[in-house]
Design a protein around this ligand. Structure first.
Ligand code: HMG
Length: 389
């Protein structure tokens, strides 16, 4: 009999500041309906000068360590595409900030927004090998496009931490997965650039091709039928994308695409992403958090999970909600995490977007802005200095 392995706890963090799309629209003259309705975004999280993927990742994981301890965690997998170092894993900084045991393996994974799903699947493999162990998966990203580009409205920042274990308290991750890889240049970020390059409309097509590809493979591998899913969590670069994706899947399967059916499958998955923006690796797991926090009792129900990373790699799998999950949710904390962000005006956002550390190896302290539990204090001798507040 196969073991029940999955997500035992899930916690997220986001950035200090929030830019409402009304401010962006007022600046660039866009009709607000394009943002609110056309792409389905209300606001986006903007990191403070002293925040990055490490501070958000540590802030997401700290409540998990506080609740479960770290005795059984022997692996930390940090998934990101906004890496801060070409050699050292961002997870090692988080390991240090959270004072995890030295007898831990820590590694960073990358494949655009898909990385966290690879991390989750690898974690399941490790737990299968030794069911006494737990794996801490952290997905943390800052989404940054060029100012005044069409992608600017789809930025955001967040981190999700997940504790993967035997007999999980939230969801069981099922076999099989539907897999799809295609070599496409829809979105990429060369090492010398801070902002991603994107062919926006091509990226939407590439995403939809991946929906088809994963579903085809999922079906061939003997997966569940569409009717067996209570809801679908799609990667949400902007929340309207989830609606496009589900309509595409229904069409592909030869079903009617009734607006209300699509809304029933998607609407409860978008609440966090619509106000946080694209958080790349974290996005599809924020969709899961939103669903679990908002839906009625999902005990025993299966949720379709679609993870997409440009370039591209995608995976479709089922997450089945386990009995008693509601007692383990962090609903209040999640809402507070979003509500506590401080509004930034357009000028302030632009200044944050344009800032970068000098590369001269000198000592460069960062302005103290974040009110979160961890901060990036500065850069000295090319070394990033973190502190617990
Ligand atoms: P755009 O070209 O400025 O927008 O950029 P548009 O003209 O396509 O309009 C967007 C929608 O708003 C359209 O709806 C318009 O009709 C509608 P649709 O036809 O798509 O249904 N609209 C309005 N609706 C109501 N009232 C109005 C109004 N005006 C227009 N007044 C684009 C949009 C998404 C392309 C751009 O923001 C972009 O390039 N974003 C970045 C790329 C992206 O997010 N791609 C998604 C798929 S790839 C992916 O998910 C991977 C990724 O997360 C990265 C990774 O994997 O690492 C990005």
């Amino acid at each position: 009999m196969s073991l029940s392995i999955g997500i035992h706890d899930l916690s997220f963090a986001t950035a200090e500041f929030v830019l409402p799309h009304t401010a962006l629209a007022a600046y660039n003259g866009t009709e607000i309906g394009k943002y609110h309705v056309g792409i389905g975004q209300e606001s986006m999280s903007i990191p403070a000068a002293d925040e990055d993927i490490v501070t958000m990742g540590a802030a997401a994981a700290a409540p998990i360590i506080a609740r479960h301890g770290s005795d059984r965690i022997r692996t930390v997998v940090f998934a990101t595409e906004s890496s801060i170092d070409q050699a050292k894993s961002a997870g090692v900084y988080v390991h240090s900030l959270l004072q995890l045991p030295s007898a831990t393996r820590v590694v960073e994974l990358k494949q655009a927004c898909y990385g966290a799903t690879a991390a989750l699947q690898f974690a399941i493999g490790l737990v299968q090998r030794d069911p006494a162990q737990q794996v801490l998966v952290i997905a943390s990203d800052v989404s940054k496009y060029e100012l005044d580009s069409p992608g600017e409205a789809t930025q955001g920042a967040a981190a999700v931490a997940m504790l993967v274990s035997l007999d999980p308290a939230l969801v069981r991750i099922e076999d099989p997965s539907g897999l799809f890889t295609a070599d496409v240049m829809d979105f990429w970020r060369p090492n010398y650039r801070n902002e991603a390059l994107v062919d926006g409309h091509e990226s939407i097509n590439a995403y939809l091709q991946a929906v088809e590809g994963t579903w085809k493979d999922y079906t061939e591998q003997g997966g569940r039928t569409l009717e067996e899913f209570a809801a679908f969590c799609y990667h949400q670069p902007f929340t309207k994308m989830a609606y496009k994706a589900h309509r595409h899947l229904l069409n592909y399967c030869g079903y009617d695409t009734d607006k209300n059916d699509i809304a029933r499958a998607i609407a409860q998955t978008t609440a966090y992403n619509t106000v946080i923006g694209n958080s790349y690796t974290a996005s599809v797991y924020l969709a899961l958090a939103a669903l679990l926090d908002q839906a009625g009792d999902l005990t025993g129900k299966s949720v379709g999970m679609f993870s997409y990373g440009s370039g591209s790699v995608a995976e479709f799998f089922a997450a089945t909600v386990v009995a008693g999950y509601r007692a383990h949710l962090r609903t209040e904390h999640n809402r507070e995490t979003i509500a506590r962000r401080r509004p930034v005006d357009y000028t302030g956002y632009r200044a944050l977007h344009e800032r970068s550390f000098p590369t001269d190896g000198g000592h460069h302290a960062t302005e103290a802005q974040t009110t979160g539990p961890f901060r990036l204090a500065g850069l000295s001798g090319h070394k990033r200095l973190y502190e617990t507040r």
